[in-house]
Design a protein around this ligand. Sequence first.
Ligand SMILES: [Ca+2]
Ligand SMILES: [Ca+2]
Ligand SMILES: [Ca+2]
Ligand SMILES: [Ca+2]
Length: 526
Amino acid sequence: MKTSMILARFGVVGVLAGLGLACSEQASGPDSSSQRDASAASTDAETTDQMSAADSGVLEDAGFFPDADTAADTGVSQPDGSVMLDATSQSPDALPMDASTPPSDAVVDGGASNPDAGTSADASASFERITIDGQRAGASWTAVADMNGDGKLDVVVSSFGQIGLSVPAGEVHVLLQGADIRSWTAQPAVGAADGVKFPNLTTPVDIDGDGDLDLVVPGGFLVCTAIPFSPPCGTLGWWEAAPSGWVRHDIIAPGAELFYHHAEVVDFDGDGILDVVTVGEAKGSGFGGMDRAVTQWFKGTQGANRFESMPREVGNGLGSIPAVRDVDGDGDLDVLGAEFFVSGESFAWFERTSSQPLQFQKHVIDDASGPAIMLAWVPNLYGDGVQRALGTNHVNTAKNPPDPQAEAVIVLTPPADPRQHWTKSTISSGIQSVPGSRFAPQAAPGIFAYGDLDGDGDLDVVVSGDGDPRVLWLEQLPGMQWAQHVLEAQMPQAGGLNVVDLDGDGRAEIVLADYSGNAVYVYRRR
Ligand SMILES: [Ca+2]
Ligand SMILES: [Ca+2]
Ligand SMILES: [Ca+2]
Ligand SMILES: [Ca+2]
């Protein structure tokens, strides 16, 4: 999500253009799977945006957005915007998108024009948009947990600030839920003085075992080094909840070459102490250097800082929003994710082949969807007990030359041997990035979350278009069919993203960060 998002909005862009700096990019989108247990250590989130070699763009064109708006906003006009798709099964090598894919403007719901309501007239559910924080400059990622232990879920929002000719330090705030879902109070956690640029998806988890939730904060982005003479800004740390306030602990101090978007916090090596599993990424510069993505873990210790500062390697690959799960069902933890900086691959996983010592072997899930931004492991997507994964790629069919793969939300079903390529089916329709430019590349879709959005008992999906300025929700229908609805018609680079019952009334809300609008919203089903 944010990759394209971010780059495109820079003022920086103009500067880079002038210098002819080559920069491929992608950014990541925050994503989070909504079904996460809000209080659990295994937050799923994702983020990925990038400039990619494929984009091989350079940053430029500060005036991008007005153009983009025009390009993307036109298509509507199908009286019934719902598109039904058969997700049952397509073979991995038959990219399902072309012939059967309606043009992008066929997808937009006609009734979605009320910006304050997020309502789709033909949808089975409509949503009221509630602003829970209207002054969060560059709001980008959200995580949900009961941060103050009062029994009400709170929202942790990461914000990048106003990025212009330089990149300011970002901030993390805890939005505490008050008397009801309309009452929120913002409290600072990570401040500008902490110097964390691009604070990404946080993980609320009790690191020190004292009963309160601490925050793991990954940071940095390729934009830092896309600015001439600017140092890298990768970082990874955790903020300890203490009576006196937040106490910072660096794992990797700001300034690292590798940037981090999401940390899974689990006992990865089985010694009873929480570890951090993450992916560090770097964008090769025009001066040499390769795109990098390396899956790492930081071993937890009994020391005051709680983690080793020297990463241990799982292996090369994956991307900004990794998930630690038992993919092959053999009782040990593996790692899966989308890949953006890994040439020629889209989704992959690391199989744990030995626990003593820890060793892993990488397997490709799908290499035919182009660069991808997020992959989430969904235990029972279709109610049939089969474990599947939901993914989004991050490509652009509107640029010149276009990416060969269509922008898509994808369901991936593992075969009997999950080391083989998984079966792929596309459940979205007509998602299309704005063209962007060489200097301000765009791609779509972005991050997503899932949960039962319409209350009928099955899992639905909400996805940021990212380079497609819409936010869509995909309603699951019987028989592995999906209908697509527009939640927001004009909200490029939306982030967040959670589906969770915030107020405990049994109905799931959507939590979304509006990067362009500097706000955090909750969508409540009417
Ligand atoms: Ca609370
Ligand atoms: Ca704690
Ligand atoms: Ca396993
Ligand atoms: Ca549903």
